[in-house]
Design a protein around this ligand. Structure first.
Ligand code: PEP
Length: 250
């Protein structure tokens, strides 16, 4: 049985002071969650979130990582730096990074390999654009992105990666893939992993859905057999909404 994992992606939102609110608002509300709970926050909030979540079941995540251990990469953060701040998970290949910051399948792969080698758990994002879905290329796109991103990892390492299937047209738009669409495409990703790394890995790897997941649609999505959790943007910013998503089965 795969343990579901629900991760908030705060994107470029919240100051350390706002993040500290977590202790009062989120920590008690999600303490009995049956899924893993992660918040992927801006780097300036690592300290505040770490302190606020101390002793709780909330794990700390980052939103990107550089692949070099150190060096002349102004503005970047290494795996070692994230780990020193208590980060355990890192979002890699989010569509906003692909769209606005020149992220490619190649750099996604470099980041995934560095994260895994250094002991961080990647939350690897894959997903198709609207016209790719409309043209019937969804399966080919998600298979290709997944294969490229995981290239060079062993089967054992892949087991520990979390994949987020995020149709780009559903991110921040209020449009959600239907339960069936999300389930079907995640099934395609799982089958591809099975072909590449074997049935046991495909069976064990956790694949989330992301794209306007919220308290209103989480139950239906989480009832799908292939969906092992969610990557939550907008609805992770308000503690009551994120709590309702995390407690989808309560
Ligand atoms: C995301 O940022 O990964 C995301 C899914 O955002 P939203 O929930 O706002 O669509």
């Amino acid at each position: 049985m795969r343990k579901p994992i629900i991760a908030g992606n705060w994107k470029m939102n919240k100051t350390p002071e706002e993040a500290a609110e977590l202790r009062r608002a989120l920590v008690p509300a999600v303490k009995d969650a049956t899924c893993d709970v992660v918040v992927c926050v801006p780097a300036v909030c690592f300290g505040a979130v770490k302190a606020a979540a101390e002793g709780s079941n909330i794990r700390l995540g980052a939103q990107n990582v550089h692949f070099a251990p150190s060096g002349a990469y102004t503005g970047e953060l290494s795996v070692g730096m994230l780990k020193a701040c208590g980060v355990e998970y890192v979002v890699i290949g989010h569509s906003e990074r692909r769209q606005y910051f020149g992220e490619t399948d190649k750099t996604v792969n470099l980041r995934v390999k560095a994260a895994v080698a250094g002991g961080l758990i990647p939350i690897l994002c894959v997903g198709e654009l609207k016209d790719e879905r409309e043209s019937g290329y969804t399966d080919a796109i998600v298979e290709y992105q997944t294969r490229m991103a995981l290239s060079g990892l062993t089967a054992e390492q892949v087991t520990n990666v979390v994949i987020a299937y995020e149709p780009v047209w559903a991110i921040g738009t209020g449009l959600t893939a239907t339960d069936e669409q999300a389930n079907e495409t995640i099934g395609v990703i799982r089958k591809a992993i099975g072909r590449l790394y074997g049935a046991a890995v495909a069976d064990a790897v956790r694949i989330q859905y992301g794209g306007s997941m919220n308290p209103g649609n989480v139950k239906g999505l989480m009832a799908q057999p292939e969906i092992d959790g969610g990557l939550i943007g907008g609805a992770s910013l308000k503690a009551p909404d994120f709590t309702a998503v995390v407690r989808y089965d309560a």
